[in-house]
Design a protein around this ligand. Structure first.
Ligand code: HPA
Length: 257
């Protein structure tokens, strides 16, 4: 499907851009966007800020698929749809998947509007892409998750951007933002960031033996940590604020892969 839509079969890296980050796709690769609706099987999202197009081209010498927009479980989408871009990219040859998202900052020392590496996650969506019968030829029934977010890739990112923060991402089902009590609970559980995506895509990629890098943009302080109510507009605006730093970080990583 990806090969057919792009006319190429040498893809090496996939990037999924989250809320408010879609504009980065055109800055990273000079390619005409392919609407998700033109790619067989690819689900498209109705959420503002999730444009729903694939930008396929080279960053440096690295053949890169950039998915601008994703679908979420909270839209009523099923796990097959949520993990489709990751699985399709891996099927097209990608060996590394970079998952980005907008997240609320639970650790109060995190800078709003800055990127933050994901060191590990708490999957609190109540779902997993590996639910159901297992095809043992595709991957293991009981998958080891001790190293979901690749250490070498994180080191590369930190070498490129010395001030980069790192934290544990709690993935929730959404679509509500959390209550202040839930945020206190997440902090006690060891979360630094909270959002509504990424964890199941990361699990699907690891199942398919693919390296994962996760990067959140801290779009707001999590509920109860700031005097103002949370809004999708605030989340999207933070993406734009973080764009320049995230773009140079992503470019730096992509050219080295
Ligand atoms: N909570 C959950 N998801 C989010 C948030 C948040 O505070 N900010 C951006 N996505």
């Amino acid at each position: 499907m990806i090969e057919k839509a792009t006319g190429r079969s040498d893809w090496r890296v996939a990037v999924v851009l989250g809320s408010g980050l879609s504009d980065l796709a055109a800055s990273l690769v000079a390619a005409d966007p392919i609407p998700f609706s033109h790619i067989e099987g690819m689900p498209s999202s109705g959420v503002p800020g999730h444009a729903g197009a694939l930008f396929a081209g080279d960053v440096g010498d690295t053949p890169t698929l950039i998915f601008a927009g994703r679908v979420h479980l909270y839209e009523g989408r099923d796990m097959t749809e949520v993990t489709y871009p990751v699985r399709a990219a891996i099927g097209a040859g990608c060996e590394v998947v970079v998952l980005t998202n907008a997240a609320g900052g639970i650790d109060p020392s995190l800078e709003v509007g800055a990127p933050c590496l994901i060191s590990d996650h708490l999957n609190l969506t109540g779902r997993t892409p590996l639910f159901g019968p297992n095809d043992d030829s595709a991957g293991p029934r009981f998958l080891d998750l001790s190293d979901v977010y690749d250490k070498e890739l994180r080191t590369l990112a930190k070498d490129l951007d010395r001030g980069l923060d790192e934290g544990v991402y709690a993935g929730l089902l959404g679509p509500t933002y959390e209550t202040p009590a839930e945020v206190r609970m997440l902090r006690a559980l060891g979360a630094d960031l909270v959002g509504m995506s990424t964890v199941n895509e990361a699990i699907a990629a690891r199942y398919l033996k693919t390296r994962v890098l996760g990067i959140s943009v801290v779009s707001n302080l999590a509920a109860g940590l700031s005097p103002t109510p949370l809004s999708h507009e605030e989340v999207s605006a933070a993406g734009q604020k973080a764009a320049a730093r995230l773009e140079s970080l992503l470019r730096g990583i992509l050219v080295k892969l």
